[in-house]
Design a protein around this ligand. Sequence first.
Ligand SMILES: NC(=O)c1ccc[n+]([C@@H]2O[C@H](COP(=O)([O-])OP(=O)(O)OC[C@H]3O[C@@H](n4cnc5c(N)ncnc54)[C@H](OP(=O)(O)O)[C@@H]3O)[C@@H](O)[C@H]2O)c1
Length: 332
Amino acid sequence: MRYATLSQTGDLMPTLGLGTWQAPPDVIESTVYKALDLGYRHIDTAFNYNNEEAIGNAIKQWITDGKGTRKDLFITTKLPHVGNRASDVRKFLDLQLSRLQMDYVDLYLIHVPFGFHCNLDTLTPVVKDNGEYDLDMETNHINTWRVMEQCQKEGRIRNLGLSNFNQAQISKIMKHATLKPQVLQVELHAYFQQLELRKFCADNDIVVTAYAPLGSPGAKDHFVNKYNYNPDAFPDLLGHPEVKEIASRHGKTPAQVLLNFLVNQKVVVIPKSTSEKRLKENFDIYDFELMPEEINSLKNLDKGEGGRIFNFLFWKGVEKHPEYPFSVPGAV
Ligand SMILES: NC(=O)c1ccc[n+]([C@@H]2O[C@H](COP(=O)([O-])OP(=O)(O)OC[C@H]3O[C@@H](n4cnc5c(N)ncnc54)[C@H](OP(=O)(O)O)[C@@H]3O)[C@@H](O)[C@H]2O)c1
């Protein structure tokens, strides 16, 4: 395992973690246990994935079975869009820690920069009669961050970060923060390499985590009938001829090539899999080196903004939120 060192705390974050989006509780419990047995030590979850409790069960069992301790693990979870306000941070963190059955998380991220009003019975977004999401126009990142800093001081969060924030939003938090953002988790893969944002993060000692590092092939099923998505949004990165050719040259798989390409550029990767075969495959990425011309041809796959899959426009009306972070396709 290799590690990234986090600013300000010096904590070590494994550069390979297990993603858990789209992994239902009954499946993820045994998957996490298997992954820990295989050597994974970093798990990425979120309130919105509805699987924190199952992940907590697996970790608890693994520790009870004498296979390791809590300190060996790096657990990330995220403050949801429906809790993106100062007055809700403690409520959600408490609930998430109790579901995870832990006293602390290693990393807590604000999941998205915008916020929705929360249905207090279901803890899901309020949706209006016209299908639009009920935006909380009062979202205030600085106030939310201050409460997260307090929770960090109390020891319930070890490190703080952001997800899906743009550069201006991160800068604003840095200006007001006592503990600056240590990690940024964003969509990042060969089709969407985020060079400018990564340079900004490197200059500011922020570790970048790539979500959807394989191009999120499973997102297609999830989004295909949703508002504002069409099948063209999901190019097949794993099936790209150049990626396949590089893989066969090294006796590796396309997924291993795509992950190796990112970790060797100091990017943390969190591929999701619930298959034991692919868990093993995704873990076995450090024993080969891409040649400079191979790295260049992978760099050339970058489509810039055109490679983005996760623009969140499936939440109807989200682009009207003052903190919506991306430029809206088609807008001038
Ligand atoms: N912060 C955010 O807003 C955000 C957004 C999206 C994702 N994330 C996080 O990032 C993680 C990774 O992103 P992701 O799940 O969207 O996409 P991903 O990791 O790029 O791709 C996962 C998909 O690829 C398949 N897969 C995994 N390993 C494979 C392999 N070796 N060969 C072929 N197919 C393989 C998986 O299926 P099987 O399970 O069947 O193997 C799954 O369908 C998420 O799980 C989540 O933890 C965060």
